[in-house]
Design a binder for this molecule. Structure first.
Ligand SMILES: Cc1cc2nc3c(=O)[nH]c(=O)nc-3n(C[C@H](O)[C@H](O)[C@H](O)COP(=O)(O)OP(=O)(O)OC[C@H]3O[C@@H](n4cnc5c(N)ncnc54)[C@H](O)[C@@H]3O)c2cc1C
Length: 490
């Protein structure tokens, strides 16, 4: 057996990032995925000449000034695919008003305050308060693992950061909002803006997460990979392959083999055993600890912690062909309509062909219409096709209410329910973000990359720092670093 073989279970961005960094460091990498293609949530497919992103379309953290873990990985691995910078980054609508959120924060503040000096003052106070937390996040050296000596120097210089992170982790967004803003209309607009990203109750959303989401567009910006989200996964795969690594697709791992508290390799659904010195799981925490490892290999407390984690809800997605003239008169690439009533759910329409015309045929645009969905409503569905058609109709009706006349310009080419997401991405409960990013289980309370078993690491949105492409890239950077430390006996 080669002395440093690493098996990666899952070719999502977390697994591929760790794999590419380790491949560059000389480890022998084998990536195994149950799907027939790589990328997990970052994959594309085509229907009738339209190229769709199966899930991810918003790429935060790509610019050098922002939350720049992606930028770090692109530079470090020499990834060269082109990123389109979006400006406006997104638009969001509240009843009767539409706001374009661009790079320029002052312009947004002017627009949101409707030129009322008191509202403008409140908005500036709101953003200054967010920035207190944001400045603390900026000091975390996510983008480059530190040596122990560098870590100590960092801690001495940045002693004020940890208490702020700890407060921001636990403080609900609504408390921060209440402190900074008194105008009820403004409060509801800012709640809507956050809900556009985090559909959960803002009273449970950590202020620190809000600080990242509501400031990042004004710093690193928002990007979209030309050629589709799958380009990011493909570039990471190329790094692994160039370094001699291999991919085993359409193969499900059914067990992580453990002996004397150390991993030995994996078992595939075919029964085949593959030995390795290290295993990195990019599967969810519920699969990794609940199914792949026999429970007697794990501390009871650890299992309790995993099983107590509540998942982020799932989504229903319609993949659309849109008439060109209809789109170009009124949309940015991302439009968000926050939830108004139970019958009027949050919707997001993403039209990648506005920045990447190669994704749609002549005269058309490619659109993905997303809505939050409950896995339980679909689990064990008796009339699946009927339920799916009903939900498509529900989404189109809602789009039509928000954009009158939209229906006559839209053709549905495909749709994904929570069960489709679960099947194609292997994500338990079709979850859109691993464990819920709420004050009681996010960030410092996320599971770490280092597991209780020697030689086993965990990446992806079940682990610190949480969900989204930026976060799972960071999880891959941390796991690659920790594995190298373990390997070199440090
Ligand atoms: C609909 C939707 C839209 C989203 N939009 C955005 C967005 O715009 N921007 C953003 O930043 N984030 C978005 N997210 C969240 C983001 O996609 C995820 O947080 C992130 O991509 C997850 O990456 P991951 O590394 O955890 O791996 P995943 O993408 O979950 O991939 C895991 C891989 O592991 C494989 N696998 C699992 N179990 C096994 C097994 N036993 N054997 C073999 N293979 C296995 C799966 O097949 C899969 O390929 C979205 C998520 C969803 C569902």
């Amino acid at each position: 057996m080669v002395q440093h073989k690493v098996i990666i279970i899952g070719a999502g961005i977390g697994g591929l990032t760790a794999g590419a960094l380790l491949a560059r460091a000389g480890f022998e990498i084998m990536v195994i995925d149950q799907a027939d293609r790589i990328g997990g949530c970052c994959q594309c497919f085509t229907r009738s000449g339209h190229r769709f992103d199966a899930a991810d379309s918003m790429f935060l953290g790509c610019g050098p000034q922002g939350y720049n873990s992606l930028h770090y990985v692109f530079q470090k691995l020499g990834l060269t695919f082109e990123l389109a910078e979006l400006d406006p980054c997104y638009t969001f609508e509240v009843p009767g008003q539409r706001f374009a959120v661009g790079r320029d924060l002052s312009a947004l503040i002017k627009e949101m305050s409707s030129h009322d000096p008191d509202r403008e003052r409140q908005l500036r106070r709101f953003h200054s308060t967010l920035n207190i937390f944001r400045r603390a996040v900026d000091r975390i050296p996510f983008e480059r693992p530190l040596t122990p000596k560098e870590g100590l120097t960092w801690l001495l210089k940045n002693w004020w950061v940890l208490p702020l992170l700890s407060i921001g982790d636990r403080l609900p967004f609504t408390r921060l909002l209440h402190y900074a803003v008194s105008d009820p209309t403004l409060k509801s607009i800012l709640n809507y803006q956050l809900k556009a990203f985090v559909p959960d109750n803002p009273g449970r959303t950590p202020a620190l997460l809000a600080a990242i989401l509501l400031t990042e567009t004004h710093r690193g910006g928002l990007h979209y990979p030309r050629g589709g989200s799958g380009r990011f996964a493909a570039s990471l795969r190329n790094v692994i392959k160039k370094a001699g690594g291999s991919f085993l697709l359409s193969n499900r791992v059914t067990e992580i083999l453990v002996k004397n508290e150390r991993v030995q390799g994996v078992r595939l659904a075919t029964g085949e055993l593959i030995e390795a010195n290290y295993v990195i799981s990019n599967a969810s925490c519920w699969s990794t600890y609940g199914q792949l490892i026999k429970s007697d290999h794990l501390p009871a407390k650890w299992l309790q912690r995993v099983h107590s984690l509540k998942p982020t809800s799932s989504m229903f997605i319609c993949y659309l062909s849109l008439d060109k003239d209809f789109v170009e008169s009124q949309f940015a690439m991302h439009t968000l309509w926050p939830k108004e009533t139970t019958h009027n759910p949050a919707l997001m329409l993403c039209i990648p062909s506005l920045v990447d015309p190669t994704s749609a045929p002549q005269g058309k645009h490619t659109g993905m219409l997303y809505c939050q969905a409950s896995y339980q409503d679909w689990q064990g569905s008796k009339n699946y096709n009927q339920q799916k058609n009903k939900e498509i109709e529900h989404l189109l009706q809602n789009l039509d209410q928000r954009v009158p006349g939209a229906r006559s310009h839209v053709q549905v080419l495909d749709a994904a329910s929570p069960l489709t997401i679960e099947r194609y991405t292997g994500r338990d409960f079709g979850s859109s973000g691993g464990p819920l990013s709420s004050v009681d289980q996010w960030h410092a309370r996320n599971l770490p990359q280092k597991t209780p078993l020697s030689g086993l690491f965990h990446v992806g949105d079940s682990t610190f720092p949480g969900s989204g492409v930026v976060a799972v890239t960071i999880s891959g950077i941390i796991a690659a670093d920790q594995l190298q430390h373990e390997h070199h006996g440090q």
